[in-house]
Design a protein. Structure first.
Length: 353
């Protein structure tokens, strides 16, 4: 994984930083191209990646299938820009943000996701993403990404008498994934749920938890390339623990997933690869918890807090995620860089205050 700081300022709020995963999910030194030693990870992050004091929100974005590095950085910056534009245009729709401001700083996590379009290519990247994120064997992405999130969390100063558990700089941590990139975030969060370091925060979604390596204020997963029952089978540690098997996921807020019936990648190709349509096409299955089921709202309509204040939220974006549905082999799989998506992100950020 190579860590790079984008040198040119992006908009008025600063820079987008990039973290590049190799095929094993390990961190490579930007200067030498060699793997960074385990004991040097924290120092490397501190040297290359420091959240700026002006930021109110830290966005960690992990891209998905068929996304070259340059496109990944542009996608992350596009979503950030749309969110800033929506907030500056209609701050009254996000009253808590209006009090604290919204100045996001973005870290994009990039990984080798390109393949031929089709069933074989989809299966190849599915297996690569699984192998990179696996917590056993040769996959390191969950561990390294978890360490990255832990570093970012530790750089957020402790609350200074605030009524909510935000730091005095007002920095909140939001995890954002697309397609197979959602799996990396889920693996990292699951890794953290089974670790025992650090502190945690909490919405009313989750009770106060024992020590965690990091905590996130929201988790937004666009068009996740996974089975519909992934949170009951692949990522059980993201569920509230009732059997004492783990301390629970380090998530202060909800896990929000979008889906669109126009997503051919997780519909047509997922069906042929796994004999059923995926989460990004048909939504989250009620296994083992029934999610809050809502639709993606236009920018002029506000999300009720009660609609988002759940462990899992399944968002039907079929009315908006439509571009590419006829001509693109992946359909509308990558049509999430829209004002409506930024509105959802802003609403989650607003609720986290």
């Amino acid at each position: 994984m190579i860590l790079r700081r984008k040198r040119a300022a992006v908009g008025a709020t600063g820079t987008v930083c990039a973290v590049d995963l190799d095929e094993s999910g390990w961190l490579l030194d930007e200067d030498t191209g060699e793997p960074v030693a385990e004991h040097h990870l924290a120092a490397y992050f501190a040297e290359r990646l420091a959240p700026p004091a002006w930021a109110t929100d830290i966005l960690v974005y992990v891209h998905g299938w068929q996304t070259p590095p340059g496109s990944a950085a542009r996608a992350a910056d596009r979503l950030r820009g749309l969110a800033e534009q929506a907030f500056s245009t209609s701050p009254h729709r996000y009253p808590r943000l209006a009090e604290t401001g919204f100045r996001p700083w973005t870290v994009v996590v990039r990984w080798p996701s390109s393949s031929r379009v089709g069933r074989t290519g989809y299966e190849l990247i599915r297996e690569r993403a699984h192998a990179m994120g696996a917590r056993s064997g040769t996959g390191h992405a969950a561990h390294v990404l978890g360490r990255l999130l832990g570093y970012l969390d530790s750089e957020r100063p402790d609350p200074d008498g605030a009524p909510v558990m935000a730091n005095r700089e007002g920095q909140y941590l939001h995890l954002i994934g697309h397609s197979f990139g959602c799996r990396f975030l889920c693996e990292a969060v699951q890794w953290a749920a089974e670790a025992s370091l650090g502190d945690t925060l909490s919405w009313s979604v989750a009770p106060a938890l024992p020590s965690r390596p990091f905590t996130a204020d929201s988790m937004l997963l666009f068009q996740m390339a996974a089975p519909r029952d992934a949170f009951g089978t692949l990522f059980p540690s993201l569920l509230p623990d009732t059997a004492g098997a783990h301390d629970g996921a380090p998530l202060r807020g909800p896990v929000v997933t979008t889906y669109s019936r126009h997503d051919r990648a997780t519909g047509f190709w997922h069906l042929r690869a796994e004999r059923e349509r995926g989460l990004g096409h048909s939504g989250m299955a009620p296994v083992p918890l029934e999610p809050s089921r809502i639709r993606l709202l236009p920018t002029a309509e506000s999300y009720p807090f009660d609609a988002l204040n759940h462990r899992f939220v399944s968002v039907d974006a079929s009315a908006f995620y439509v571009r590419g549905r006829r001509l693109n082999p992946a359909g509308a799989h990558s049509d999430h860089l829209r004002p409506e998506s930024a509105h959802l992100l802003l609403s989650l950020s607003n609720c986290s205050r």
